[in-house]
Structure formats: structure tokens, C-alpha cells
Design a protein around this ligand. Structure first.
Ligand code: BG6
Length: 489
């Protein structure tokens, strides 16, 4: 049985409280933590947005969102208790004349009480909101501010946001969220690497041939065309989620689990990423954009049709990159990263492919290669593929089969959504799963260089049909190195 230690009573203000993130993730996550007894009843949740709503109206909106997220497990009795801690404050945080009174009156004044400002808004509002919170005198020592990704659209805009937020909050009060770090299987990466002695002696260029990190989605734009078309897959997924997965795979063992120890090791990996020049960009990266096809057996529109853009768009919905971590441990080991919308299925995997046995005594066609496959989602699992003899007479037939650790078979618990863990860490003030300023900026530095190389070399997205695994060039990226993307089955 999992044991949930209650956090101290806290106040949380959600700016963008009526938005999509609040409804789909934040409010349901808070309700789940309530159901597990982690949120003390004298805590306060305050939704804030521009619309004129009363507390009752906001509670109704929150109930609908939480009921939809709970499905058949909906607990109306607990909801009746939980909704009593929910309030609403109508504020236009960008209006210098805004009245902050309705919010101020809800916030408790004990000095130690955690006060969380969650910015579930567009990033271009982050600085204005922080300044307004500061001007209204609401930022105190026990405050924390939470910034959703994307933090900016490039290094320069990320710096401007970090500087602006830093005028009001100290670095240790800033929680930059990447929800991938709250996923159970992503946290397990550290346990797998650093609580087992089996892997560490093998975890380097001496024994690892290459690493593949795939985050494939079968969905398309899901009503986010406006944001996505300005962003694209590189900024939306690689700059944050995929680079975080790469960091956890490649980093040195931290001295302990302290916030700064983990983050310092991750920053070293980001700073070791080799920049991709315009001359290399077509050999080391692939950009794709989906056209009409079949998704889950049903006809799916192409990206441009989903956008209903008459002028066309050069935004990529697929990226593959051959990245290099230029340090002693990883010299010469490619990290192939791949992500895209409208791919054949939704799956996220990290594949560590070990080097082949130096001398093969079993004859041609034997793939004497071990693979550690970490399935992040769905069907969470860790599989170590080993070669075994297929039973039966008539020679030695060698087969690759997995030692299979499936989460569903090993644990009967419900897996908390990533936001549940992260929200409780914010209240506790635990920064280890949040990005430090330099980390976000180091990731942008690498991404900016890649974007510049795409622009200089005039590399436009290649077409792939919805429901496939990206453009042909993605397969060629590995094929040129005598490798292929790992496929289950
Ligand atoms: C978000 C991206 O950060 O992550 C989305 O903005 C993407 O485009 C989503 O769909 C994927 O998250 P998950 O948890 O569904 O893998």
C-alpha cells in the first residue's frame, strides 16, 4: 500500500484557472491528492482568470472537469468536502488598475504557509503577472511561482522571462515544470540506473552502441493549432521532454538526491551536446510534416488542412535528430531522438542498444545484441532483451527474448498523473524535478543553433502520411549508420 504523507496547509492561486491545463490536469490532480488524504482541509485553492465568475460558478466548472477526469471512480461525497476549499478571483493580471482585493482576502498571512502562484497561462504573460503579484504585495518569503513550458521561444525570450520573473522571485522560488519529470517511469530511470549495480559498468561508450529515445503521438493538433504552428515539434517536445529524457539517461550519478546535485549533472549533459552546423543538418536531422492519411484506421486530415491555412506552413510536426554527447563517457555513441504527431501509435521508449559480441560463434543471422528497452508509456515496462537457445533438437537456434518487468503485472496501484507528484513537490519546496534557469537556457542554446542551421540550409519539412512513422528520411538517418529504429514485436 502506498503511503501518502500529507503536506502542510497551503494556498495555491491558479492564473489561467478556467483554461485547458487547469481543467484537464491541475484541478483533477489536486482532487486526487485530496482523495488520498495529502491535502489538509485548511488549504485554499483559488482559480483566477479574467472572466467574471462567482465561487459557485468556478466550483461548478471544477466539478465538471474533475468528474470527467475521474470517470466511473467519481466520488461525489468527497467532492462536496473538497469544493469548500475552492474559490475564484476575477483579475486581469495585465491591467495595472486591477483590483487584487478579492484574491488578497483569500490568502492566509502566516509567514511559513506555502503560497503557490501557478501560471497556467500563455508564457508571454509570465513577466506581467509576476510583476503585478509583486506590486500587489502578494509575493512573500514562502511563495513559489510555477512556470509551465514553453519558457520562451528561443534563448533570448527565455532569458527575458527568467529576468522578469527574477525581479520578483528568487531562483529557489521558481518551479519550471516539465511534466515528463513527474511520470513514474521517468523517475524510475534514476532508480534503475543508480539503485542497481548491474548497469553502471556497462553504461558508456565501452559497451553501448547507441541510444534511441522516441516519443510518438498518434494525435494531431487537438485544437491547439495557434500555439503549435508557432512552435513545431522541436520547440514543443525536443527542447524540453526529449532533452530531459536524454539528460536522465546520460548524466553522471549525482552525489545525492538533493535539488542541485541532480540539476547540476543534467546541465553538464546539455552543455556537452554537440552543435549541429548547417553543413551537417541534413545528415543529422529530419524534419517532417504530416499529410492526410489513416490514423487508427480512420481517415485523418493533413496538417495544413487541420490548420485550414491557405498560405501553407513550414512548421514541423516530426523531428528526428542524431545527437552527440561530447564527453568522456559518451564519445562516439549516437543518441537518436525522434518525436512526432499523427504517427502510427502512441508510445514512448528509451532503447539502450549494447554492442554486439566481439566474435560470433553461432553463425550468420544471429543478432548477438542486448537491448534494454524502457517503455515509458503506455504499458509501462522495462525489458532486457537477451539471446537464448530456442528449445528443440537440430542445431543451435538463437532467439532474442525479453526479461520482462511489466508495471501492470508487478504493481496493482493506480499510477498518479505526473502533475499530482509535481504539485505536492512544489508545496513541499522540493526543486529536484524542476528545471533550473541555466538548464532551460542551455537547452534553448542547442535548439536555437539547430533552428538556425535549418534556416541557413533551407531545410523544409518532408511529407509523411498521417498514421506512419515519419518521413522515409527518418529511417535513412539510422540506415546510413547500419542501424534501424527499434520496433516492438
Ligand atoms: C506537451 C506538448 O508538453 O506534451 C503536447 O505540448 C504533447 O504537444 C504532450 O501532446 C505530450 O504529453 P504526454 O504526457 O501525453 O506524453
Amino acid at each position: 500500500m502506498a503511503k501518502f504523507v500529507p503536506v502542510d496547509p497551503f494556498d495555491i492561486v491558479i492564473f489561467g484557472g478556467t483554461g485547458d491545463l487547469s481543467k484537464r490536469k491541475l484541478l483533477p490532480a489536486l482532487f486526487h491528492r485530496w482523495l488520498d488524504g495529502q491535502i489538509p482541509p485548511n488549504s485554499t485553492i483559488i482559480g483566477s482568470a479574467r472572466s467574471e465568475l462567482a465561487d459557485a460558478g468556478y466550483r461548478r466548472l471544477a466539478r465538471e472537469a474533475c468528474e470527467a477526469a475521474s470517470g466511473k471512480d467519481w466520488d461525489a461525497k468527497e467532492w462536496a468536502k473538497f469544493e469548500k476549499i475552492i474559490y475564484y478571483a476575477a483579475i486581469d493580471a495585465t491591467d495595472p488598475g486591477a483590483d487584487w482585493g478579492p484574491l488578497r482576502k483569500r490568502l492566509k498571512t502566516e509567514a511559513e504557509r506555502p503560497r503557490v502562484f501557478y501560471l497556467a497561462t500563455s508564457p508571454h504573460l509570465y513577466v506581467d503577472i509576476c510583476r503585478a503579484v509583486g506590486k500587489a504585495g502578494l509575493a512573500c518569503e514562502a511563495s513559489r511561482v510555477v512556470l509551465e513550458k514553453p519558457i520562451g521561444t528561443d534563448l533570448e525570450s527565455a532569458r527575458a522571462i527568467n529576468d522578469g520573473v527574477g525581479e520578483v522571485f528568487t531562483e529557489r522560488q521558481v518551479f519550471r515544470i516539465d511534466h515528463y519529470l513527474g511520470k513514474e517511469t521517468v523517475q524510475n530511470l534514476m532508480v534503475l540506473r543508480f539503485a542497481n549495480t548491474l548497469f553502471e559498468p556497462l553504461w558508456s561508450h565501452n559497451f553501448i552502441d547507441h541510444v534511441q529515445i522516441t516519443v510518438a503521438e498518434n494525435l494531431g493538433l487537438e485544437g491547439r493549432a495557434d500555439y503549435y504552428d508557432r512552435s513545431g515539434a522541436l520547440r514543443d517536445m525536443v527542447q524540453n521532454h526529449l532533452l530531459q529524457l536524454l539528460c536522465l539517461t546520460a548524466m553522471e550519478p549525482p552525489n545525492n538526491l538533493g535539488d542541485d546535485e541532480i540539476r547540476t549533472e543534467k546541465i553538464k549533459v546539455l552543455n556537452a551536446l554537440g552543435e549541429i552546423s548547417p553543413e551537417q543538418v541534413k545528415k543529422q536531422t529530419v524534419r517532417g510534416q504530416y499529410t492526410a492519411g489513416l490514423s487508427g484506421g480512420k481517415p485523418a486530415k493533413g496538417y495544413l488542412e487541420e490548420l485550414s491555412s491557405a498560405t501553407g506552413s513550414k512548421t514541423e510536426t516530426f523531428v528526428a535528430v542524431k545527437a552527440e554527447v561530447k564527453n568522456w563517457r559518451w564519445a562516439g555513441v549516437p543518441f537518436y531522438l525522434r518525436t512526432g504527431k499523427r504517427m502510427s501509435s502512441r508510445h514512448s521508449d528509451i532503447v539502450i542498444q549494447f554492442k554486439a559480441a566481439p566474435h560470433n560463434i553461432f553463425g550468420q543471422g544471429v543478432d548477438s545484441v542486448n537491448r534494454l528497452v524502457i517503455r515509458l508509456q503506455p504499458d509501462e515496462a522495462v525489458r532486457l532483451f537477451v539471446q537464448i537457445k530456442e528449445p528443440g533438437p537440430g542445431g543451435l537456434r538463437v532467439k532474442s527474448l525479453p526479461l520482462n518487468l511489466s508495471y501492470a503485472e508487478s504493481f496493482t496501484l493506480r499510477y498518479p498523473d505526473a502533475y499530482e507528484r509535481l504539485l505536492m513537490d512544489i508545496v513541499r519546496g522540493n526543486l529536484s524535478l524542476f528545471m533550473r534557469r541555466e538548464e532551460v537556457e542551455a537547452a534553448w542554446r542547442w535548439v536555437d543553433c539547430l533552428i538556425e542551421s535549418w534556416e541557413t540550409s533551407g531545410y523544409e519539412p518532408e511529407a509523411y502520411a498521417a498514421g506512419t512513422d515519419g518521413p522515409l528520411a527518418a529511417a535513412m538517418l539510422l540506415d546510413r549508420d547500419g542501424r534501424s529504429w527499434w520496433k516492438e514485436g
